[in-house]
Write a new protein. Structure first.
Length: 201
């Protein structure tokens, strides 16, 4: 006789008698990456508006441009990080994310923060006092990976699988955000052209 099915609650945190839904966790973390990138870009645009005292129309153009640039950077960076993860592993990917410069340096901390958050959701790392936090430096975070993630093969493989799925979803979420913007822009251009034709211009 087979065992009864476990209670599948789909909460990120799972009790010992529940199954952790990694797919849902990865989807949530990837969406949070997109949201954090957008929030950071909007905050930067707001600061630039205050500093430069641009008109509302100019400020909106700057805001859109910053969001677009950060979203493209996110897509590019998660694609690279995913490649490093798949080819060299979890530790190499974290090294890679700590070594970014220029535009990628602005987005990498947002990716790392969500990957650190993922660890908090896994039962093996729940309640550990040395879990990396969003503002931690490379040395502290990388020490955690050496001491607590790489030491157990089962935990390492679970983290790798979760990180891979999260980065894949983040990549496609960023791509979808760009596609939605392009579609909206095309619709606006079509409407403007139709208005111009209708007015005889």
């Amino acid at each position: 006789m087979s065992n009864p099915p476990q209670n599948l609650d789909n909460n990120f945190n799972s009790a010992p008698d529940q199954t952790l839904n990694l797919d849902r966790l990865a989807a949530g973390l990837s969406q949070d990456m997109i949201i954090k990138v957008r929030e950071k870009a909007e905050k930067e645009a707001e600061e630039k508006q205050k500093k430069d005292r641009k008109s509302p129309e100019e400020a909106e153009k700057i805001r859109r441009a910053l969001i677009d640039r950060r979203t493209e950077t996110l897509e590019r960076l998660v694609t690279k990080a995913l490649g490093v993860l798949q080819e060299q592993g979890v530790y190499a990917m974290m090294l890679f994310l700590f070594s970014r410069t220029s535009d990628e340096k602005e987005v990498a901390p947002l990716i790392r923060a969500q990957l650190f958050q993922a660890l908090k959701e896994l039962p093996a790392f729940e309640g550990l006092p040395n879990l990396p936090q969003a503002g931690d430096d490379a040395q502290k975070a990388l020490k955690f990976y050496v001491d607590d993630v790489l030491g157990d093969l089962d935990d390492l493989l679970l983290v790798r699988e979760l990180y891979e799925q999260t980065l894949i979803y983040a990549r496609y979420s960023a791509k979808a955000a760009k596609t939605a913007k392009a579609a909206a822009s095309a619709a606006a251009s079509s409407a403007s052209a139709a208005d111009l034709r209708a007015s005889g211009g």
